[in-house]
Design a binder for this molecule. Sequence first.
Ligand SMILES: [Zn+2]
Length: 115
Amino acid sequence: MSDCLFCKIASHEIPADIVYEDDDVIAFEDVNPQLPVHTLIIPKKHYAHIGDEVPEHILGKVFATVGTVAKLKGLEESGYRVVANTGDDGRQTVFHLHVQVLGGARMPIRMGPAD
Ligand SMILES: [Zn+2]
């Protein structure tokens, strides 16, 4: 998709702080980190969200990259959270499937409707 921010990052049209990249996926730092480590993993091909008929091998690749990113960011011992915001209620802001790896500090416990 030509107007998709993450497609432009995947094609290196827009620069990003890249943590990991291979033929199928790219991982890069969130520009507005919510924790000391906040890395996004996306498939290079455009899918709007995790339910957008994404082929299983692509989903597998995205989630397999979580472990790679955790290792590269030094989160293996301390742990981390993996999040895939989906749709409006899920507060998805960029409609290109992305999995977020959050860590480097203890996560807040509270989960529930915000407003
Ligand atoms: Zn896209």
